[in-house]
Design a protein around this ligand. Sequence first.
Ligand code: FAD
Ligand code: SF4
Ligand code: SF4
Length: 414
Amino acid sequence: MIEVSKKCIGCNKCVPVCPFAAINMIDKKAVMNEACTLCGACVQVCPVQAITITREEGASRDLSGYKGVWVYVELSETGDNACASAASKASGHQAANHPKKIKQVTFELLSAGRRLADELGEELCAVLMTEKDHGYEKELGAYGADKVYMVEHDELFEYNTDIFSTVMVSLVTRHKPSVILYGATIQGRDLAPRVASTLYVGLTADCTALAIKDGLLLQSRPAFGGNIMADILAPNSRPQMATVRPNVMKLGEPVHGRSALVVRESAKLDKSLRRVKVLERKIDHGSATVRIENANIIVSGGRGMKTKEKFKQLEELSKLLGGVVGASRAAVDLGFKEKTHQVGQSGTTVSPKLYLSFGISGAVQHIVGMKASDVIVAVNKDPNAPIFNVAKYGIVGDINEIVPKLIEALKKRK
Ligand code: FAD
Ligand code: SF4
Ligand code: SF4
């Protein structure tokens, strides 16, 4: 239910921001009509907090109409790996010349979402908000989407919390999905909580596994510092929403030529909704070499490397292998490597083809961040180190002997 209190001063600010033309000014007071979807956009702009929305408590809500699994499509101006040069003025419509790319995490979520939708016997839908469609539906269809809800609007030229959450909430209100998945990325971690709070529903962050149990989304994630796994169900709340980090869900094989039905949705968006304006954008070219989430080969070191000097041997080894250096949290805390290289629960989740681990014990918080790697090779002097439980190949030995020998052998092969 939406109500306008006596505090309304008739300023008219709420009228242009309503995406559904649901507000009329009558006798200098805002009056909402039946087109209102309770999206909350007007609440944000009212200068005197005259508008209140009251939502029904979960248990008393009729949830039977909520169907389908949705995946929020995240676009990147730079792709997952590439970085734009130095600094650019964010003058607005930057994407015009360089179509944005769909981030890989979207395809991972579609792969997981396909499984969930099949189990529920419902549709898998991708939600795409963009300034311009560049034929994204082909890729989204190839990764399993049955349908793409496409919102094209000039105001969607770059991510903005107010604009994107308003569109998302209005789509949810209109179509009532049962499940929504977001990447646990900077964007997803910003958007999903805003949508959750506007809709007054729950959100499970950083899920590591998703399944269906008794028709509900079973959301699993580490809890209490990673020492236990918590299984979360939301029986009284719709949509059931979760974020999942990149590289956690296995990417399915795309079926090229499989198409998704495009449903074009209109959005009436007003600039005044945008409370944050990006004045300048700086993207560091150098950071491209630091990004471990997309690396095929990672050479990782832990406390067992003992010193920063010795840790540098791993740089040489990774260069010879064409990989990237990773580190345990202990190694990062000791200053052996920057935080951007940390693998694990409070670092980055990775799934390279080859993960080499030197002097890492294999604490659960480290393992959750690298166990999806195709091949794990671990070197540790302790035969009982837990890292060997996830390693395909284990070498019980001293890294001080093994790392130099590996470097020497690779140099000879070059
Ligand atoms: P250690 O556990 O000290 O292991 C060092 C290993 O080196 C030992 O197994 C030892 O046998 C071996 N070794 C020593 N010398 C040699 C040698 N000469 N040759 C061969 N082997 C040798 N950790 C992460 O990594 N990533 C995270 O994201 C993360 N997040 C966390 C979040 C929370 C909330 C908490 C509570 C902890 C987190 N941790 C994380 C910390 C984690 O619990 C461990 O403390 C950490 O992973 C240990 O790092 P390590 O394996 O390098 O060090
Ligand atoms: Fe319009 Fe949303 Fe406000 Fe309803 S809640 S009047 S739909 S802006
Ligand atoms: Fe009234 Fe607030 Fe709307 Fe202004 S923004 S007309 S004060 S409800």
